[in-house]
Ligand binder design. Structure first.
Ligand code: UFG
Length: 327
């Protein structure tokens, strides 16, 4: 299939682009490089463009005779979304609307959409299933949920078949450890701890040590980017039979912030300074996925079920690329 990968120069999008090509599909990357890295795209077809430009989107879909779209282009910083909500509704919601309009125009009817565990807000129970109430506590999660709703209504017109994949904590380096995580500024735990282990950061801060968890720190469900991307390929296939798919993607196992730090210490063999800091606003204490629907409906089987090999892949990439894609 010819697949337009919006945000294909970003962390997950670039991994997806590589996997699509390997699986015999033809990815076409569409990215404005505001967050992504040209070097991460490799030899895939690349269109420099912004999702605000509906005309360019339509032209690109027509020019390359695109069969399906995967949409990764979004802003993801929760704290920034609280400070500047309108930017998030514009970048995440309005641009997704433009993409749908261009798809409708070009007669492209298949979409795989990156959503997030943030649509659930603070869960009443864990692990979280897709039937749990959605109640985002920040504009980031709300902008993603708004897109999910728009997709549902567009699907009901018969013009769209779509998969919503709600990611828990994506991490690790994929495509044979060739494509790693390089956000500017970095805010994700695993790369931050690795940067401290590499001596590129003075310390790692633990945001909150007084949560009602066994060691007092937040628990998250870490999923390797290769496993995440494999689920997208499966979802693309499944759209041939089903018009609407909504699945969580996570391992179902939670690791605390302290456990992540210990794992990086063990994998890297380095010591570094750890500082206990106040809670970060808007962090739910525990987020773990019930991903049984992805297992049954997509026949998805994550290969990385332990944290250590996930961290090993990230450590390998960061050690080889201490300045990220800047080199
Ligand atoms: N954390 C620290 N210190 C840090 C960074 C993070 O203690 O320097 C903690 C956080 O407080 C949280 C955990 O590590 O408890 C994981 O934090 P991340 O920022 O790595 O990930 P989040 O769970 O906050 O974010 C994930 C995705 C985001 C998405 C968010 C929505 O990585 O892209 O879920 O809930 F926006």
């Amino acid at each position: 299939m010819r697949v337009l990968v919006c945000g294909g120069a970003g962390y997950i999008g670039s991994n997806m682009t590589a996997m699509l090509a390997q699986a015999g599909h033809e990815p076409v990357v569409f990215d404005n490089l505001s967050k992504g890295h040209r070097a991460a795209v490799g030899r895939a077809r690349f269109v420099y463009g912004d999702l605000a430009d509906e005309r360019l989107l339509s032209d690109t879909l027509n020019k390359y005779a695109v069969d399906a779209v995967m949409h990764f282009a979004a802003w993801i910083e929760v704290g920034e979304s609280v400070q500047f909500p309108l930017r998030f509704y514009k970048n995440n919601f309005c641009h997704a609307r433009n993409l749908l309009a261009a798809m409708q125009d070009a007669g492209v009817d298949k979409l795989v959409f990156s959503s997030t565990a943030a649509v659930y807000g603070i869960p009443q129970t864990v692990p979280i299933s897709e039937d749990a109430p959605t109640d985002p506590i920040n504009p980031y999660g709300d902008s993603k949920l708004a897109v999910e709703r728009m997709l549902r209504f567009q699907c009901e017109t018969g013009r769209l078949r779509y998969a919503v994949l709600r990611y828990f904590n994506a991490c690790g380096a994929g495509d044979g450890r060739r494509l790693g995580e390089d956000h500017r500024p970095e805010s994700h735990l695993i790369p931050l701890v690795i940067q401290a282990a590499l001596g590129k950061r003075e310390d790692v801060k633990i945001f909150g040590t007084d949560y009602a968890t066994p060691d007092g720190t937040c628990i998250r469900d870490y999923i390797h980017v290769d496993d995440l991307c494999r689920a997208h390929l499966l979802a693309l296939d499944a759209l041939e039979d089903e018009p609407q798919i909504i699945c969580n993607l996570g391992n179902g196992t939670g690791y605390s912030v302290r456990e992540v730090i210990d794992t990086v210490r063990a994998v890297s063999g380095r010591s570094f300074k750890v500082t206990e800091a106040p809670r970060r606003a808007g962090d739910p204490p525990v987020l773990t996925a019930d991903a049984s629907r992805a297992r049954t409906r997509l026949r998805w089987r994550p290969e990385y079920t332990d944290l250590a090999p996930i961290v090993e892949s990230a450590w390998a990439w960061h050690s080889e690329h201490p300045n990220g894609y800047a080199e």
